[in-house]
Write a protein that binds this ligand. Structure first.
Ligand code: UT7
Length: 308
């Protein structure tokens, strides 16, 4: 059965927080942030709520897919910064969009949220529960950042990405593999109403190792060779993680899409924003084999290989 990523949308707030701005807030430097992470600036939602961002990204995705809100069967919303405790941000978004015929729910898988959501969307479509799924990854991470903690505040940003996934079209999910390990939950977490806490160095090593493993597995599950992958869209956590992963997989960096310099790490929003931008820039073409991979709090990680 075909599963096509049919329409794309994203939204990032207009307010830019540069590394130079951060130099005035904590003991850091543009040189440190750029060389250790690849990030130059990030967007901060000063005047937007999570739902404002998600709505804008979703409307763009629906328009791009030429799908009316009433024709959406399900809304899957990946976020770790929900608008309310309940109802789900997905239900609040459903109301704003007028997706009257859909069911809607949130998933919490941190930076792997978009890939977990894609796995759920695949299941809904293959199981016959939905033909059109709106998958949203959106975060207002600025709300859960301790702006006095230089080890985390330089890394994250706000934004939203959305994809309309359809049972019609030529696209396919060639292979996917999702993993989690709750034993190491304390490497990256935020307590209820608390701030993000992270053991960066440990996570760095685990991220490279785990993503390499699942990437190799999905490529082999699809019966392909790594060289046959046209584009890699990794979670945007750190350019050095992306470079190390590419090197280990033997994939040139020209095939790895990155926009981390502009937005930092936007958790569940990072892959759909990158995807929407790559599509806009003509770097994603129908028929391409696209490998996506992520790792985040949980720990959660995964890889999905699609025929675009
Ligand atoms: O989205 C989920 C996935 N997230 C990740 O995968 C993130 C993984 N981790 C990382 O990306 C990196 O570990 C970081 C970017 C978080 C940190 O880079 P690092 O090269 O691992 O640095 P470090 O934590 O080993 O710290 C090196 C030094 C320390 O000083 P000492 O102990 O060597 O004197 C830190 O205190 O850099 C210091 N440091 C900073 N200095 C200036 C930490 N943060 C900063 C900062 N500015 N913002």
């Amino acid at each position: 059965m075909g599963i096509t990523l049919q329409g794309f949308g994203f939204y990032v707030p207009p307010d830019v927080l540069s590394n130079f701005d951060l130099e005035k807030m904590v003991d850091t430097s543009d040189e440190w942030i750029t060389s250790r992470t690849g990030i130059k600036e990030r967007r901060i939602a000063k005047n937007e709520t999570l739902l404002d961002m998600a709505e804008k990204a979703s409307r763009m995705a629906l328009e791009d897919a030429k799908v009316e809100p009433e024709d959406v069967d399900a809304i899957v919303f990946a976020t770790i910064t929900p608008h309310f405790t309940f109802p789900a941000s997905a239900c609040l978004l459903q109301n704003r969009l007028g997706c009257k015929n859909s069911f809607a729910f949130d998933i919490s898988a941190a930076c792997s949220g978009f890939l977990y959501g894609l796995e759920v969307a695949k299941g809904l479509i293959m199981g016959g529960s939905a033909k059109k799924v709106l998958l949203v990854g959106a975060e207002k991470l600025s709300e859960i950042i301790n702006w006095q903690d230089r080890s985390t505040c330089v890394l994250f940003g706000d934004g939203a990405g959305a994809v309309l996934i359809s049972s019609e079209g030529e696209g396919e999910i060639l292979a996917s593999l999702m993993r989690s390990d709750g034993e190491v939950w304390d490497i990256l977490y935020a307590e209820k109403c608390g701030y993000i806490s992270m053991k960066g160095r440990e996570l760095f090593k685990l991220a490279v190792r785990s993503m390499e493993e699942v990437c190799r597995q999905v490529v082999s599950m699809a019966g392909l060779r790594v060289e046959e992958v046209d584009l890699v869209i990794p979670h945007q956590a750190n350019i050095r993680i992306m470079e190390a992963l590419a090197e280990k997989l033997g994939i040139p960096m020209q095939k790895v899409y990155s926009n981390i310099h502009k937005y930092g790490n936007t958790s569940a929003a990072s892959i759909p924003i990158a995807m929407a931008e790559a599509y806009r820039e003509g770097k994603l073409k129908r028929g391409d084999k696209v490998l996506m991979t992520a790792m985040g709090g949980g720990l959660t990680w995964g890889a999905t290989l699609i025929k675009f």
